[in-house]
Ligand binder design. Structure first.
Ligand code: SAH
Length: 391
């Protein structure tokens, strides 16, 4: 066993080597680091540490009581366990909780916890879905989405993606049962870190969330969709479709110009063929824009390509971002028009689901994440929420 300090091994004698963020390090890499830096060859030691970090959510190595005491200072010298700091939390009348977390560089992200309406015998929500962010902001500029107003600041690290789950489980004192990658950012523009995070989340050792209960939502990046198809992760994939013609989709989602519908839909088809997991198409209904009889026909045709369903989403207003241009003209249809669209789509043979608008009163619904609550004025204006507190 080599007892030289880590800095010396790195050839940086006299200078303290930077510690490695341990969250997000894969099992294989952890084993290698333990061997190289600490001289610990046993696989079960890496597994113990994995369990402490993710299943038992330790925030320090000192808590890892089944490791030999002599390991602890060496682990502390080599690794750090990152944190995200809760800055603000709001609770919606429907039970949705939105968390604003500060990252180590001072930037912030939002994470949303959505309890299902279905309750068990003790009144506890049967499903607790966490909506995680993958980027600080987003570069894609979708006209209906509040996050677009932030532009892209940076990708989240694998650790920061995982920390949203760990921190919310600690704060809420309950397990997350389902995971959706539908928070801030485009997950497939941060594909490496999202894939790394997914490998850890779905590793049975971490006891986090099973692959059948995870959905990645994408605006439609064909190469990355194909990559994901071949990663063997077998998570559900949802495409933000929102329009059935290239002309309208490009107006609403500029990314469609680079990757038009046909290209995206064949990538989704490839995803289905590789995984046999039915596809979800997300479809926000905009009054007078994408709700015609012709849209229903085209939508039905798209869904017949591979087993799939359409998730119709009510448009959540993003007025608080002071939208301009086409963004300012977008409106939700009336309830009657909305219901009629759903009915006609079903009659066309499409499997339809309606996404609920959980957390709308606290700007935590889909597409409303834009750090609105960082601004005290918005906080004040937000009167419907049960609470909205700065931590
Ligand atoms: N970038 C990814 C994931 C984030 S958006 C994607 O594009 O899919 C998550 C979901 O919320 C997407 O389906 C998105 O289209 C939808 N969404 C965005 N803004 C919305 C709004 N104002 N109202 C309702 N849904 C919205």
């Amino acid at each position: 066993m080599d007892d030289k300090p880590v800095a010396a091994q790195n050839g940086e004698v006299g200078k303290i080597a930077e510690r490695v963020e341990i969250l997000g390090v894969s099992m294989a890499n952890l084993r290698q680091l333990l061997l190289q830096r600490l001289g610990i060859p046993e696989r079960y030691r890496a597994e113990q540490i994995f369990r402490w970090l993710y299943a038992k959510q330790a925030i320090s190595f000192g808590e890892m009581t089944d490791l030999p005491k002599s390991f602890i200072p060496k682990l502390e010298e080599t690794f750090e366990i990152g944190r995200v700091i809760l800055q603000h939390e709001s609770l919606s009348v429907d039970g949705t909780r939105k968390f604003l977390f500060e990252l180590s560089d001072g930037r912030s992200i939002e994470t949303v916890l959505i309890p299902s309406e279905m309750r068990d015998a003790f009144g506890k929500a049967r499903r607790r879905t966490l909506c995680v962010s993958t980027q600080v902001g987003c570069p894609l500029d979708c006209k209906f989405c509040a996050t677009a107003s932030m532009k892209l600041k940076r990708n989240l690290t694998t650790a920061e993606i995982l920390l949203q789950i760990l921190e919310v489980e600690r704060l809420a004192k309950e397990d997350i049962t389902n995971l959706v990658f539908m928070g801030m950012g485009e997950p497939l523009l941060n594909c490496d870190n999202v894939v790394e995070a997914l490998r850890i989340i779905t590793d049975p050792l971490t006891e986090l969330v099973g692959k059948k209960r995870i959905t990645i939502s994408t605006s439609g990046l064909p190469d990355e969709i194909k990559r994901l198809a071949n990663e063997g992760l077998d998570v559900k994939l949802a495409l933000s479709l929102h329009a059935t013609t290239n002309a309208l989709r490009t107006t609403l989602m500029p990314i469609n110009k680079r990757h038009p519908l046909e290209e995206v839909l064949s990538a989704m088809e490839e995803y289905y063929n590789a995984t046999h997991i039915p596809i979800t198409y997300e479809y926000i209904l905009f009054d007078g824009l994408n709700d015609s009889e012709a849209d229903i026909k085209r939508l039905a045709k798209i869904t017949r390509r591979v087993p799939s369903k359409v998730n119709v989403i009510p448009f959540h207003p993003i007025d608080f971002t002071a939208p301009e241009g086409i963004a300012a003209t977008l409106h939700a249809p009336s309830a009657a028009a909305f219901n009629s669209f759903i009915q006609r789509l079903k009659e066309a043979g499409v499997q339809v689901m309606v996404r609920s608008s959980s957390g709308k009163d606290i700007e935590a619904a889909c597409g409303q994440l834009a750090l609105a609550h960082a601004d005290p004025a918005v906080l004040q204006a937000n009167q419907k929420a049960i609470y909205s507190i700065r931590v």
